[in-house]
Design a protein around this ligand. Structure first.
Ligand code: ADE
Ligand code: ZN
Ligand code: ZN
Length: 265
């Protein structure tokens, strides 16, 4: 996701932390510019600019490409050397839980968990179409959304040259025109942070759901020329459901990791 999607997942999770988990999060994030889950949710992507070497070393942690045209996670085939989102959620969670780790390591692990639970719920981050999660599927978009600075050169007369992956990271939620707090309030009111029939499951299941939803929802458009408002309108219910599921599941993970009295559902 782009910053909006990650902030929504963090904001919705924060509302579902137990008081003990809230306190631990606050302690771990002391000294951060914005010491909340939403405030640190984009750190793993910001490394691209603040620490390029570390970004490069962790860039494969944001997604998983399922091999062999099937959506069931297979660590051997899909996650070489543990460098994929499914395995890294477990590894970062283990660091977060480990009281013998230095606090800086636990703080970074918390920031990775918040980010990666968001990404694994973005359908295009766990796909099997052989095009790098839609990065290889070019689309020209009619859109009112002003592109971010890095993409301004691809925007001419209301038409944006982009790809399906970016459409999902950025436009499907961004076309709403809502800011993150306002949007989180709206989602919270409609789902109480927990969409119907969401079970907790585990990261491999979340990736499998993402992969299956790509086909179930017809996420690949018929045409390479799309009206972004129309596409976003059709896909927004799916994106919102994934963000709300991510927030709920992130809260369960963090409550389990940080509150000894908590019992996961
Ligand atoms: N790079 C390669 N595959 C990707 C995916 N599914 N999501 C994001 N980046 C990728
Ligand atoms: Zn992405
Ligand atoms: Zn990411």
């Amino acid at each position: 996701w782009a910053p909006l999607g990650h902030r929504l997942v963090g904001d919705l999770a924060q509302r579902q932390l137990t008081p003990t988990a809230q306190r631990e999060v606050k302690r771990l994030l002391a000294g951060e510019k914005e010491p909340s889950l939403a405030g640190v949710a984009n750190w793993a992507d910001e490394l691209r600019n603040t620490d390029p070497a570390r970004f490069k070393a962790t860039s494969k942690w944001h997604y998983v490409n399922h091999a062999n045209q099937q959506c069931v996670f297979n660590a051997e085939a899909d996650c070489k050397d543990g460098n994929c989102v499914v395995t890294q959620i477990d590894r970062q969670l283990a660091i977060l839980k480990d009281p013998t780790q230095p606090i800086q390591a636990r703080r970074d692990a918390l920031k990775f968990v918040v980010h990666l639970v968001g990404d694994v719920h973005q359908p295009m981050h766990s796909s099997d179409h052989g095009d790098a999660g839609g990065n290889g599927y070019q689309v020209s978009l009619k859109t009112r959304v002003e592109p971010e600075a890095y993409a301004k050169d691809k925007y001419k007369n209301g038409v944006m040259g982009t790809n399906l992956h970016s459409m999902w990271d950025y436009y499907v939620l961004g076309e709403s025109g809502m800011r993150s707090r306002e949007y989180a309030d709206k989602l919270w009111a409609s789902t109480h942070g927990r969409p119907r029939a969401t079970r907790v499951g585990d990261p491999a299941l979340w990736a499998q759901e993402s992969c299956e939803l790509v086909d179930a929802w017809g996420v690949y458009p018929e045409s390479h020329e799309e009206d972004s408002a129309e596409y976003a309108k059709a896909m927004r219910p799916l994106a919102e459901r994934r963000v709300a599921q991510g927030g709920y599941r992130l809260a369960v993970l963090l409550n389990s990791a940080l509150d000894p009295a908590y019992r996961a559902p």
